[in-house]
Design a protein around this ligand. Sequence first.
Ligand code: SF4
Length: 281
Amino acid sequence: MTRRQRAEKVIGALREAIPRPETELEYVDPFQLIVAVILSAQCTDERVNLVTPALFEQFPDIRSMAKAAPEEIYPFIKSVTYPNSKSRHLAGMARKVVAEFNGEIPDTLEELMTLPGVGRKTAQVVASVAFDVDALPVDTHIFRVANRIGLTKDARTPLHVERQLKKVLPEEDWSEGHHLLILHGRYTCTARSPRCDACSVPPACKYFDRLQRLPDPIKGLSKRKGKYFCATREHYFDEPAYQTDRYGIQQVACPRCNSMNVFETKTGRSTKQIPDYRVGR
Ligand code: SF4
């Protein structure tokens, strides 16, 4: 299966599973959206949605926020991550929008990225959600999910993921694909333990395929004889050797024969690790 075919299947399956692929941030206009997106950097949408109602009551538009000092914004956002720098960014962003864009949130990536607190990802989210610009911002969920499923190959940075995804997804699917992958990563393909049993993607998922190819657990191993069991030489041992596999992962190996066909005696499970990207929240 090519990556383009894989992407088509994955997006198709996610469309069925996620009927409303849209941001979970609450906002009513581009001003509220840009504020919420700035606040959401390394913070949950849930937390941001808790603080924005009072913030927007105090600062209902860009001009009122532009008049505020960061110290006046801080009390409203102190429970989100990095409140000091985000207060400064919000005040600076609002001032610049009033001074240079006549109080209108700009609608191009280039202009958005000139605003304090607005990097490439934030600019793409605002442009895509508020102004329907075809954009594909990559956050921690998309980074993990795209790599895990195999929509990207050896993509080590969000920009690599973005570039590779843009090659395998048609441009008209970028914005929708962005929301589908985020929501999938947030609720199903989670960082620590992906819920493969509740997922609609398995036939197209590389990670799932590799999981299926792991050897079945061995029943009846004796813990007393050693921590590990080498199924190649059929003996127990406590101190493993290590071998690096073709994915660059350090695997437990048999100290006698270097085989990686090793099982934990406590659980009976293979010690083999498969490539994954367990980053982010
Ligand atoms: S099958 Fe598992 S790893 Fe693959 S996308 Fe679904 S939840 Fe994620």
